[in-house]
Design a protein around this ligand. Sequence first.
Ligand code: COA
Length: 192
Amino acid sequence: MENIFFDISRLKAIEKNSIVGKTVRIRKPALVSIGRNSIIDDFAYISCQLEMGDFSHIGAGCHMIGGPQAKVSIGNFVNIAPSANIVAGQNDYRTGGLVGPTIPEGHGGHADVREVEIGNHVLLGCNVVVLPGVRLPEGVSVGAFSLLKSNVEYKQWTLYAGVPAREIGKRDGSLMKAQEEKLMKAVQEGLL
Ligand SMILES: CC(C)(COP(=O)(O)OP(=O)(O)OC[C@H]1O[C@@H](n2cnc3c(N)ncnc32)[C@H](O)[C@@H]1OP(=O)(O)O)[C@@H](O)C(=O)NCCC(=O)NCCS
């Protein structure tokens, strides 16, 4: 099935069994690599670098923005629910000069570009917003409509929610880890 908005053969990498929806738009395919058994659902829009691991899922209508200098890294077994917005680069909201895709090279000011790192087994609910520089360690889960800021040290296997997000509980990852082990064994044995 052909992709409408970009040439899928120009991706940096896309491994075995991965699916990119027909209406996904990736501005710079050469800056995007996708691991195995991963899915990017329809109407997602990606304007930055993306490194995506295995068995991970970007839901419908998610946006990953910040331009070609910005980067989002996503680990394995990550689920990002529909309409999440991940911002890896943004205008300077207080003192910056001219910034944005309309400004010709050499005429612009400073942009706030910081990598967003999303660890293994992270789960983001619908409409979550992630700001530049956020690092989410293994197993973080985040409630719908939450705002994640970079000045917080998020803890692994912890549930956050709210604007800005605050810790509302712990997450038990033991079943997930046991199932991961079994699944990866099947992968190594060539069964998947
Ligand atoms: C985060 C979530 C899982 C919590 O559910 P829960 O364990 O049943 O927790 P509760 O509803 O008892 O809420 C606990 C507290 O967190 C608050 N809270 C829960 N979800 C919240 C959210 N998304 N934003 C802000 N606060 C939230 C509640 O108001 C409550 O606060 P209180 O203790 O001050 O009253 C759920 O609310 C949620 O957002 N789910 C995501 C749904 C989604 O996007 N799914 C996509 C497909 S995976």
